[in-house]
Ligand binder design. Structure first.
Ligand SMILES: [Zn+2]
Length: 353
């Protein structure tokens, strides 16, 4: 080192201090807004397409703490729209939160990132969502959205809803306690059979970017502007050029924000069994009552399975044409099948779960 050069002058010389300059020049942000962003914690649930793009925008904008929650691993079919991931991530089938955290930290080393390879459930949501300034929806299923809505209303935490499929999508702001909640407008989730998913209907990358941009914009606005958060929903179809704002109002008879019946948060609704994941080619088997000892399991499996690999947060191995990821909370992903029965059978045979 030069010795006589202060860190500050070096910092100023390489332009680092100008990171947020163009954003702070926008009057609605300014210096005060930038400080509010730095002090905030955004918790993103789901790091697929919407989660990737939203997290990228929030990290670059300088939201000081990002908590990423996702249960999935990177697949080749994700690369067309999930902007944080590379071919190397897909080839290694890395857990999404791990690949995302590494990429986001490379983009902005000044923010704090927590990466949680967990499936958000009624049992763990209080622990995983605690101390969030805002919750951001990057999920692919309504059970998790209704769970987030329950928590948002119960804890009076803002929740930005987002969903996209095919060429269209929607964003919404749930701003409790004053604003209407998700169930004021949509009292019940749609039946699974009636719901197009990215699996069945496909999804365009640009549609994801537009909807994620709207969601990230709503996050920034509610973090910096105490007076003018935008409630209600916005629907947008990229192909048809449709753009519709839907006003939402509080329903005094709403089961959630009216009667304060938190059925999803209390685990009476939305309990999930072993199920194929939206990314395809994998089945998720929910967490066990007791968390497994990964190191002991690895020792026991050594020699009887192929490609055994152990990390702090998960254990991975192959058995025939199937690949198993066992996470620290006992949750397992079985790749190479969409048959829950086959996934369960392999787990019983190998780890005895
Ligand atoms: Zn409500």
């Amino acid at each position: 080192m030069w010795g006589f050069e202060s860190p500050l002058s070096h910092h100023q010389m390489d332009g680092r201090h100008q990171r947020y300059d163009r954003q702070m020049r926008v009057p609605v942000i300014g210096e005060a807004g930038q400080r509010k962003l730095a002090a905030a914690r955004a918790t993103l649930v789901g790091m697929g397409a919407l989660g990737s793009v939203t997290a990228d925008l929030l990290a670059r904008a300088g939201v000081g703490q990002l908590r990423l929650i996702d249960r999935d691993i990177v697949e080749w079919s994700n690369l067309q729209r999930q902007m944080l991931y590379s071919e190397a991530d897909a080839a290694a089938h890395r857990p999404k939160v791990e690949a995302a955290a590494e990429r986001l930290q490379a983009i902005n080393s000044e923010i704090q990132i927590e990466a949680l390879a967990r499936d958000l459930t009624a049992a763990n949501h209080r622990e995983l969502l605690a101390d969030s300034t805002v919750l951001v929806d990057g999920t692919d299923n309504f059970a998790t959205r209704y769970l987030l809505n329950d928590y948002a209303v119960e804890q009076a935490t803002p929740f930005i809803y987002a969903g996209v499929v095919s060429t269209y999508g929607m964003v919404g702001s749930i701003l409790p306690p004053e604003g209407p909640c998700l169930r004021c407008t949509y009292p019940e989730p749609p039946a699974a059979a009636d719901t197009p998913t990215c699996r069945t209907a496909g999804v365009l990358g640009p549609a994801v970017s537009v909807i994620a941009g709207l969601a990230a914009g709503r996050v920034l606005q509610l973090l910096v502007d105490d007076d003018a958060p935008q409630s209600g929903f916005q629907y947008l179809d990229l192909w048809q050029g449709e753009n519709t704002s839907l006003r939402a109002s509080r329903d005094p008879d709403c089961p959630c924000c009216g009667a304060r019946d938190f059925a999803w948060a209390e685990g009476r609704r939305g309990v999930r069994a072993a199920e194929p994941l939206c990314g395809g080619g994998a089945v998720q088997v929910p967490a066990t009552e007791q968390a497994p000892d990964l190191a002991a399991t690895a020792r026991r499996l050594a020699g009887s399975v192929e490609a055994l690999q152990e990390s702090a947060s998960f254990l991975r191995f192959r058995s025939g044409d199937l690949e198993v990821y066992l996470f620290a909370d006992g949750r397992a992903l079985v790749r190479g099948t969409e048959d829950p029965g086959r996934a369960r059978a392999l787990l019983a045979e190998t780890i005895g779960a």
